[in-house]
Design a protein around this ligand. Structure first.
Ligand SMILES: Nc1ncnc2c1ncn2[C@@H]1O[C@H](COP(=O)(O)OP(=O)(O)OP(=O)(O)O)[C@@H](O)[C@H]1O
Length: 321
């Protein structure tokens, strides 16, 4: 089983350089049992302020359970959870303003209007009415704000749910499958909003099955399988952990590549195929030694990496049984 452990990350500071106060979310060795069933098994990860972490995994992998633990809604059976520098359970009341949460299948009382729902949460969180009005407008719900929720479509309810989650401009935002039911424009708008919050220092955790959408917006991903951490890292780090090769296609004659002492080991079926961490060296050789400038690099997408790592995990658990 491949596991990408957190390495010093491109633009990000290494763990040693990150001070405790910048770690918005910190879970250490967290396990959770529902009666005899182990839903989470020794999961550790952290999220820095201003970073987006995607939670990925099969149905029942434990993503929603992790989010509820971060919120302090359920207690882990063991392990520690620190949110914004405080223990999650002890600081639950205080955190209700600093944390924003969109539950999976968010359901509000459907006799209320959209405006009433947001105003209710605004009152709970001490948020003023102009903020409610501006979110209703931004999320394209102005025309329906005085209609009861039972007249809303799924996507309209989801927009309202996301508006509710970011109402108090939280320091930690937890979104459980936020793009389900959203049309492509609304999804892009949501990720745009998330980017704004990140710039303001918000740590964002998104549980999602929509990998291609999440890929360009996440800083790191945590891949869960059967309650365990399967892999964690940036897309580049996960690529390195995956067995899927990066490929370079070139339109020019490949004779120079075939005969190059370094490149020939990666040459196969008319293209170069190699592990992601060799990319820089290979491109340097192509350009400086072979004078080949017209080529296309095809890196594995997050979805391919996900399936590969899940497959490796499945094979390893079959071998162990
Ligand atoms: N209250 C509960 N009582 C018993 N088992 C539970 C409870 N809540 C969740 N589980 C179990 O814990 C496991 C993890 O559930 P969880 O909802 O965290 O998964 P998930 O990764 O969010 O799944 P999905 O992608 O389907 O939403 C599942 O096997 C689920 O059946």
């Amino acid at each position: 089983m491949s596991t990408a452990t957190p390495q010093p990350r491109g633009n990000h500071r290494s763990r040693a350089e990150t001070t405790m106060s910048e770690l918005a979310i910190q879970l250490t060795d967290v396990s959770l049992k529902y009666n005899d069933f182990t839903a989470l098994d020794g999961v550790s990860f952290d999220v820095e302020a201003g970073q987006t972490m995607a939670l990925l995994g099969h149905n029942g992998a434990g993503k929603s359970s992790l989010i509820k633990i971060i919120l302090g809604l359920i207690m882990p059976t063991s392990g520690t959870v620190n949110i914004l520098g405080q223990n999650a359970q002890e600081s639950q009341a205080h955190n209700s303003v600093r944390l924003g949460y969109l539950p999976e299948d968010a359901n509000f009382y459907d006799k209320l209007t959209g405006c009433e729902v947001l105003s209710y949460f605004a009152a709970l969180k001490g948020v003023n009415q102009p903020r409610v009005a501006s979110l209703i407008e931004e999320f394209g719900l102005e025309y329906a704000q005085h209609r009861q929720l039972k007249t809303y479509s799924k996507g309209m309810k989801q927009r309202l749910g996301v508006a509710q989650a970011i109402l108090s401009e939280p320091k930690v935002l937890l979104l459980d499958e936020p793009t389900v039911g959203l049309d492509p424009q609304a999804s892009q708008f949501l990720y745009g909003k998330i980017n704004q919050l990140k710039l303001a220092g918000c740590a964002v955790v998104i549980s999602t099955h929509e990998l291609s959408l999440a890929e360009s917006h996440l800083d790191r991903a945590l891949i869960m399988a059967k309650g365990k951490r399967l892999a964690i890292g940036s897309c580049a780090e996960l690529r390195n952990a995956s067995s899927i090769k990066t490929r370079i296609h070139f339109s020019e004659l490949s004779e120079r590549v075939k005969t190059n002492a370094y490149l020939q080991q990666f040459y196969q079926d008319g293209l170069l195929q190699f592990d992601a961490d060799k990319k820089v060296d290979i491109v340097k050789h192509l350009v400086s030694q072979c004078q080949i400038f017209d080529f296309e690099i095809k890196e594995p997408r997050l979805e391919d990496i996900y399936h590969d790592l899940m497959g490796q995990s499945l094979r390893s658990s079959v071998e162990q049984s």
